[in-house]
Design a protein around this ligand. Structure first.
Ligand code: UAG
Ligand code: ATP
Length: 500
């Protein structure tokens, strides 16, 4: 794209501290925030991060052909002839303004949904995407599990919420594909790091706010306030949806925006009732304020999924869909990989093996309570806790699993750079020592042991890693490991060896 310098300056108006520009016109190929990827005629934005400072790579970007540098710290600008740069006050705003202009996108081009909360984001956005697609409404999905335009996967997600520049590129791609709806997960990290700068949402949905990520955030209060600050990113007519059973409406009405509620509580705008669950399917009703009731059936399992489904139902109605027509797409939704996902070949052995992404105390509580409610036999839980993450939640995870399981196999999750034995030690502090409890650090052996221990009628819950494809160890070591595939393989082996 060709852009005259004066237009560029106008675009960043009010944000410029200093500029050294010689070109009258810039021929901008792309806009990058990683020097490694810079090519000829790119603009390089120097972000200061938690590990690196992009300012340290300005020279490298320039050598690779960057035509313009946008930076924030003048002292770190290298003294090189012909380096053209702009020093701005607010680099996140500059990145959003520039990328939106360059890619010709604006939040007004789309109806945008943001789902935040500790748990339930992926399931909710994936279901909304499915409902929209099945209703002939073109939609983009941005989640931890996949990034899709319509039904086409366009990118493997790296983070739950991508960076400012990646998001801009997804919106550009979406606009080129005439997408009407953007459905995205918004993590607390993304809000804090302003990865959503320049975004304005039509709907923001809050699922629940419970303990997580207290390695990154100072305390729970800060974590909660960061989540709540997402409300500042609503369009003027934007609406908020909350789960009234899990959240306090007062925290949201303060925003001055319309707050729509759902829950089992009778004073919710969308009341859930008559919930019944079997291993095959659930059913429940949603009753609107106008006293219209809708019977919902789904293959998903668990009360937490009743909430996720109702949330998606409310979102879809606010997006203008006929509620009657939402019911069938909900029924055809197969769920998100690694979220209460049953490993089918386990049932021929007489028990049920389930893969679930629960990696917070609250999620483990929800999943194990669900498991108990639909299981005659014992609950056997295989789990661990992740490294380089909230250490304080480990003991709480141990407690929840201890209270809700008959047999516990404690193993490695993703130890990352931490000592795996220390993580196991931290988790085991929450486990009642009178329980049937065994520590097996190797995850495959742990799963195998749990499966061999299972009797007819039992349920084996393999928690924590869900859809993830790799186990992460120290020094960046990545080992292929998918709980579903490993469990399936182990069950086949047990079947072969036992002749069952
Ligand atoms: C701590 C954290 O959140 N870091 C995120 C952050 O990175 P950062 O700003 O710290 O970047 P950095 O690595 O220090 O680099 C600074 C700058 O130098 C640049 N650089 C760096 C090296 C180089 O050679 N050249 C160069 O130009 C980098 O491109 C970057 O622009 O911004 C990056 C881009 O958005 C993220 O990918 C990165 O996520 C890291 C990988 C991460 O682990 N984040 C987790 C904690 C996270 O964000 N999780 C949440 C939710 C998880 C959940 O829901 O459970 C998520 O949204 O994924
Ligand atoms: N509404 C909910 N309330 C509590 N727990 C839930 C809820 N929905 C899902 N869970 C639990 O959280 C796990 C992750 O679900 P999901 O991926 O939908 O959440 P998420 O917020 O996207 O999490 P992440 O960002 O870590 O992927 C599930 O496997 C389940 O154990």
């Amino acid at each position: 794209m060709k852009i005259p310098s004066n237009e560029l300056i106008k675009l960043l108006n009010g944000n410029i501290k200093k500029k050294v520009i010689n070109n009258e016109i810039f021929n901008i190929a792309d806009i990058k925030d990683n020097s490694e990827n810079v090519e000829k005629d790119d603009v390089f934005i120097a972000f200061k991060g938690s590990r690196f400072d992009g300012h340290d790579f300005i020279l490298s970007a320039f050598d690779k052909g960057a035509s313009l540098i946008i930076a924030q710290n003048e002292e770190k600008i290298p003294t090189t002839d012909s380096l053209q740069y702009i020093i701005v006050d607010d680099i996140k705003k500059a990145a959003a303004d520039l990328s939106h202009k360059l890619f010709d996108i604006s939040p007004d081009d789309f109806k945008i949904l943001g789902v935040t909360g500790t748990n339930g984001k992926s399931t909710t956005v994936s279901l909304v995407h499915h409902i929209l697609q099945k209703s002939d409404k073109d939609s983009t999905l941005i989640s931890t599990v996949e990034i899709k335009i319509k039904d086409e996967v366009i990118k493997e997600p790296y983070n739950t919420t991508p960076s400012i520049l990646e998001l801009s590129k997804i919106l550009k791609n979406s606009k080129e594909n005439n997408i009407e709806f953007i459905n995205m997960e918004v993590s607390s990290h993304a809000i804090h790091q302003r990865r959503i700068e320049g975004f304005k949402f039509d709907i923001i949905s809050f699922t629940n706010i419970t303990r997580d990520h207290l390695d990154y955030h100072k305390d729970f209060e800060e974590y909660k306030n960061i989540k709540l600050s997402l409300m500042n990113y609503l369009k003027d007519e934007g609406k908020i949806i909350i789960n009234l059973d899990r959240l306090n409406k007062e925290d949201f009405v303060k925003s001055g925006k319309e707050v729509i509620t759902y829950g089992f509580k009778k004073n919710a705008d969308f009341v859930i009732d008559n919930y019944e669950q079997t291993l095959q399917q659930m059913k429940f009703t949603i009753t609107t304020k106008e006293n219209k009731s809708f019977e919902i059936r789904s293959h998903l399992i668990g009360k937490f999924n009743v909430y996720n489904i109702t949330n998606a139902f409310v979102i879809a109605t606010l997006f203008g869909l006929d509620p009657e027509k939402i019911i069938y797409p909900i029924f055809t939704f197969k769920g998100v990989p690694g979220r209460f996902q049953i490993v089918p070949n386990s049932q021929s052995l007489g028990f049920v093996a389930v893969i679930d992404f629960a990696h917070t105390p609250d999620a483990l509580n929800e999943v194990l309570k669900t498991a108990s409610s639909i299981t005659e036999g014992r609950i056997i839980t295989v789990f661990g806790a992740g490294g380089n993450a909230d250490q304080g939640k480990r003991k709480l995870m141990g407690q929840v699993v201890s209270e809700n399981s008959d047999v516990i196999v404690l193993t490695n999750d993703d130890p990352k750079d931490e000592d795996p034995n220390q993580i196991i030690e931290d988790v085991s502090k929450g486990i009642d020592k009178d329980k049937h409890f065994i520590i097996i650090p190797d995850r495959e052996t742990a799963i195998d042991t749990a499966l061999r221990f299972a009797n007819k009628g039992d349920m084996v819950i393999i928690a924590g890693r869900g859809h993830e494809k790799y186990q992460l160890f120290a020094h960046g070591k990545k080992v292929e490991f998918n709980d579903y595939e490993v469990t399936k393989k182990l069950i086949d082996k047990i079947k072969r060896s036992s002749g069952r």
